[in-house]
Write a protein of this length. Structure first.
Length: 367
């Protein structure tokens, strides 16, 4: 697994300086509203877009470089990112341009091998889009570049917040759009259909897990429809227990459809290198949140998991060592891990969620 060993972020939104911060297989961000949890999650989406050669478009969607740099261009000269995957690593420094975009002041790789020692191949400077993908295909440092590109490009930042009647997960999608689960679950029906054919054991486990939280649920009804254009499309239909009548996704509650998306993401057989989910507990029943905690712990054995949460019941499913406490200090986001041994006495009488609720471990609103 190409898990992240540590990362450095400087000058990205509220994250002014985060140096060589270590990540585990399971990472649970807690903190008050507005402290920077979402910015930490957003960093992974930004770097994913960067290595895919979509930095300019992504920057424009964010409102320009001035909205990305910590407190604007006048206060922050650049955005620096460095990340390590074991012996390999990737780093880039972006500086703003006159047209509110970015240019690379530096882009390089890192390798610390047993035979050649530390090498830091440069990918150049002055370019507007990343050279990592190009280097991975045919560069002189293709092996290192390929490892780093593969890890970052596999990151998945999932958002299942939109469960309205027009949500993408409830609409028709192409049957052939099934290589991986998209970050908004817009191809959920196609992906589940693929699992039912190629990974029936995983599909069956997803179905059983959904039924634990939605007891009247029986199975998905996944039938491709051939259009006049000869393209096959599919919609996420389902049926209740003791009925063969196909129901529409709009006949599931928002919490139920969101839980289905979460279960599918966390149980997918071809696991991404890292999976990131912002507040996965939204709209879920307390029992479903308990199930979600168990799913997250299980998923962290196969891939690196990063979540942010404000749910006491969900925190109760984790250990203090899993937590990352996010707070605001002098206007910037700070991140710290806790030593579980220091809370041993407290844990004899209280759960992790209760300690957070009582502000014993930090991460609560302060005056």
């Amino acid at each position: 697994m190409s898990k992240i060993k540590w990362l450095t972020i400087k000058g990205y939104k509220s994250i002014r300086s985060l140096e060589k911060f270590e990540l585990n297989n399971l990472n649970v961000l807690i903190g008050a509203n507005g402290v920077g949890k979402s910015n930490f999650v957003g960093y992974f989406k930004t770097l994913h877009e960067l290595v895919e050669g979509r930095l300019k478009v992504w920057t424009s969607k964010q409102g320009g470089a001035d909205r990305i740099l910590s407190y604007g261009i006048k206060e922050t000269a650049s955005f620096l990112s460095a990340i390590r995957f074991g012996d390999n690593g990737y780093a880039a420094e972006l500086v703003p341009t006159a047209d509110s975009s970015f240019t690379f002041n530096m882009e390089k790789l890192y390798f610390d091998g047993p035979y050649y020692g530390v090498t830091e191949p440069s990918l150049g400077s002055g370019h507007s889009e990343s050279n990592l993908k190009k280097e991975a295909k045919s560069g002189t440092s293709a092996r290192i570049a390929s490892f780093c590109y593969s890890a970052i490009s596999q990151w998945r930042v999932f958002h299942f917040h939109d469960t309205s009647d027009t949500a993408s997960m409830k609409r028709l999608c192409s049957v052939h759009d099934n290589e991986y689960l998209r970050t908004d679950a817009s191809n959920l029906a196609a992906y589940l259909y693929k699992l039912s054919k190629e990974s029936p054991e995983v599909y069956s486990q997803i179905r059983k897990t959904v039924r634990l939280a939605v007891p009247f649920f029986d199975d998905f009804v996944l039938k491709p429809i051939k259009l006049e254009t000869e393209e096959e499309q599919i919609r996420l239909l389902w049926k209740q227990l003791d009925s063969d009548y196909a129901l529409w996704p709009s006949q599931l509650s928002d919490g139920s459809i969101r839980f289905i998306c979460l279960v599918t993401a966390l149980m997918q057989p071809s696991a991404p290198s890292t999976i990131i989910i912002d507040e996965p507990e939204l709209g879920l029943h307390p029992y479903a949140i308990t199930l979600l905690g168990a799913l997250i712990r299980s998923a962290s054995l196969r891939m690196q998991v990063i979540i942010s949460t404000q749910s006491v019941p969900l925190l109760n499913e984790f250990e203090i060592d899993d937590l990352i406490v996010v707070e605001r200090e002098k206007g910037a986001s700070s991140f710290k891990r806790l030593d579980e041994s220091k809370f041993k006495v407290w844990l004899e009488d209280y759960s992790v969620g209760e300690l957070w609720e009582k502000n014993i471990i930090g991460g609560r609103p302060s005056k």
